[in-house]
Design a protein around this ligand. Sequence first.
Ligand SMILES: NC(=O)c1ccc[n+]([C@@H]2O[C@H](COP(=O)([O-])OP(=O)(O)OC[C@H]3O[C@@H](n4cnc5c(N)ncnc54)[C@H](O)[C@@H]3O)[C@@H](O)[C@H]2O)c1
Length: 434
Amino acid sequence: MTRYAVVGTGGRSGMYVNALATEFASDCDLVALCDRNIGRARIAQERVKKERGSEVPVYTDAEFDRMLAEQRPERIVVTTGPDRSHADYIIRAMRAGCDVVTEKPMTTSAELCREILRAREETGRELQVTFNYRYSPPRSQIRSMIGEGAIGEILSANFSWYLDTRHGADYFRRWHRRRENSGSLLVHKATHHFDLVNWWIDDAPQEVFAQGSLRYYTPAQAEQMGLSGRGERCHGCPVASRCPFFLDLAANEGLKEMYLDQEEHDGYFRDRCVFSDEIDIWDTMSVSVRYRGGAILSYLLHAYSPVEGYRVAFNGTKGRIEHAASENTYINGDGTVPGELERGRITTTLIPEFSRPQAIEPEMGSGGHGGGDPVLLRDIFAPTGEPDPLRRRANQVDGSYSILVGVAAAQSIVRGEPVKIPELLGDAPLGERW
Ligand SMILES: NC(=O)c1ccc[n+]([C@@H]2O[C@H](COP(=O)([O-])OP(=O)(O)OC[C@H]3O[C@@H](n4cnc5c(N)ncnc54)[C@H](O)[C@@H]3O)[C@@H](O)[C@H]2O)c1
């Protein structure tokens, strides 16, 4: 039995804590929970008790080192938010002799990335980054097709990801909306997308140029929508009845218990106004990436769309693959399954050079993030040890490359010039891919 502790017991952690307390309880021993907000930690503690009948000790962030000493976990699951808090726990856990499983993004800046890489090299510990999208069957299928040479050598790709006005808006309500917390959506969100491309085409990004704007989630847009006199947050907002972005925390059992009822401990408001002038992340981003092997990626991220989903196309020396999907819309922690795909709303087409397009039946799975979450959990908590020809298990190499594209893109927007990934990595020891 491997001994586990989970640090960060907010919305996302529920999936891991529940898995540890139920499906994987015979392989894994959940020995501790830790959160800055003791109220949220106690909610998780209660859920564990309900599932397995025994209590798990809880610790605050200030007691993290004591938790390691007292409970002696062997693996730490890092699910804290803001994203910038990951690095500190990853490094402290590895230095204390633990392996680490971290939520994406691995971290938010080049400096923190280099610190993580040095700590990993010095300690020799394992660092797994949970890129759940890789495990989703239709996305794994794309990787197989490209890997098997269906369209030859990849020369270019274009990838557009659309977040709708429910899911996309949610990043403008809380910590994500400040670059210092999330690295912007180019890191927080696009780490998934850059990782997918890096993995799909099995190459390393080299150089990045980007443009970005913030023109929708702004006070000016709110005024145009007739939302004068709005409050700092949705709860108690004078214009709530007229605002299409009103998030009623009190009306959703999960959000109320997890956030509204726990505000007394840390003053974390989950429902700040999406039109606040405090927001400094971009809501529209365009990124161009050149890969080591010569392929070029053109990427767009849009955070206020009427649709939720993505379109990606790969152009190779022997043809083209087009793949598109619509996802269900959700707010993290609202009790729904996040990012589910529906058959009929996902398409894959193979277009060989000098031949007709062929519709490919997408492989489907059920569960969060396109069926990726349940497969990911099995891989983390009950690995079979069998070879993984798709190399879905991601470590610090993948974690670094995916965030560094976003970090480089953010720097490029600010500086108006291209940014080279090897310069961000410096002499930090990347290590081997698994
Ligand atoms: N892979 C995915 O699909 C996916 C989906 C959602 C979230 N996430 C990631 O999961 C992480 C958590 O996101 P969330 O939506 O649950 O956020 P959240 O705000 O709901 O929860 C974060 C938790 O961390 C706690 N916390 C904050 N700072 C802390 C610190 N220094 N030490 C200990 N605890 C601290 C907060 O009190 C809160 O309970 C983020 O990194 C996010 O990027 C991943």
